[in-house]
Design a protein around this ligand. Structure first.
Ligand code: F6P
Length: 331
């Protein structure tokens, strides 16, 4: 079977479909290259002395792991000199990162969660990198927080890498969602999962059940109905999966359907996941694969961000299930 590489795939979108320009292509390739470097570190684990705590806290007050810090540095270093970015923002950094003055500035803004699911690093479970690309707006300085505060519908590209048994890169530039596998012999990403489609129905849900006592009634109702199985109102049994790495849970949903929820609850009143680094890029990927993503009330991609590090409730995956949970909220 003839396979094409990420570069060929992107050139086709640049020259053929005219969906992206050369700068955006190079930017995506640079992010992909950084993901390869992170994948190598994750893969070496204790051999490269990259496991364990870094001894610092991030802007959210969470203890950083060594690999959080290393991954952030790899992404910054790879992206700051290419000339296609006006500024970068990372879940691990309080403020946007300006492009050093010795390098040219470009027309895009890059946001990333350098290592998602980092509680799983030390226990050899999949982790990943999530990214989102916006156009730098006219007006505010790119390094100002407000330049980044654009709704998810403004994303020109988004995606994620998952460092699992294989390293996968999932990408959308607005014409569907496509998956690439890292070939460790040629060190290239190869298109292996073109035009991913999420089945509209599912019998599998992903949620952290330990938060059940804090959920709002609509979420509780949905999960209660799933748990009631064949004898309940849904008339079918459901299965549960929770990796606690959003990248791995979303990858599974892209592969065989399912619903992922991190709802708001009485402890996390605004939800737990970050709108700009997790919810928006994942919502773009999921919608482009035929799925849906809401915060229980509204489409995630239409939310107007107020803060760079804003948290949000996330319900995404198989369309009919997401619509059901959202309708319970409306009721
Ligand atoms: O911070 C993000 C994250 O690690 C996600 O990748 C994951 O879905 C979630 O948090 C796990 O949360 P919990 O620790 O509550 O299971």
């Amino acid at each position: 079977m003839k396979r094409i590489t990420l570069t060929q795939f992107l050139i086709e979108r640049q020259r053929g479909k005219k969906l992206i320009n050369a700068d955006l292509r190079l930017l995506i390739e640079t992010v992909a290259r950084a993901c390869k470097a992170i994948s190598t570190r994750v893969n070496k684990g204790a051999l490269a002395d990259v496991l364990g705590a870094a001894g610092t806290d991030n802007v959210q007050g969470e203890a950083q792991k060594k690999l959080d810090v290393i991954s952030n540095a790899i992404l910054l270093e790879a992206n700051e000199w290419g000339g296609n970015l006006a500024a970068l923002a990372s879940e691990e950094m309080e403020l946007p990162h300006p492009i050093p003055t010795q390098y040219p500035r470009g027309e895009y803004l890059l946001l990333f969660d350098p290592l998602d699911g980092s509680s799983n690093i030390d226990v050899n479970i999949s982790v990943g990198t999530i990214f989102s690309v916006l156009r730098s707006p006219q007006g505010p300085e790119a390094t100002e927080e407000r330049a980044f505060l654009q709704p998810g519908t403004s994303q020109v590209a988004s995606g994620f890498a998952v460092y699992g048994p294989t390293t996968q890169l999932v990408l959308t530039v607005g014409d569907g969602t496509h998956g690439f596998t890292l070939d460790r012999e040629t060190y290239t990403f190869v298109l292996t999962h073109p035009d991913i489609r999420i089945p509209a129905d599912t019998q599998e849900f992903a949620i952290n059940m330990s938060n059940m006592r804090r959920w709002e009634p609509p979420v509780r109702r949905y999960i209660d109905e799933c748990l009631a199985g064949k004898d309940g109102p849904r008339g079918k049994d459901f299965n549960m999966r929770w990796v606690a790495s959003m990248v791995a849970d979303v990858y599974r949903i892209l592969s065989r359907g399912g619903i992922f929820m991190y709802p708001r609850d009485s402890k996390n009143r605004d939800g737990r996941l970050r709108l700009m680094y997790e919810a928006n890029p994942m919502a773009f990927v999921v919608e482009q694969a035929g799925g849906a993503a809401t915060d229980g009330k509204q489409r995630i991609l239409e939310l107007a961000p107020q803060k760079l590090h804003q948290r949000v409730a996330v319900i995404l995956g198989s369309k009919n299930e997401v619509e059901r949970v959202t309708s319970y909220h409306a009721g």
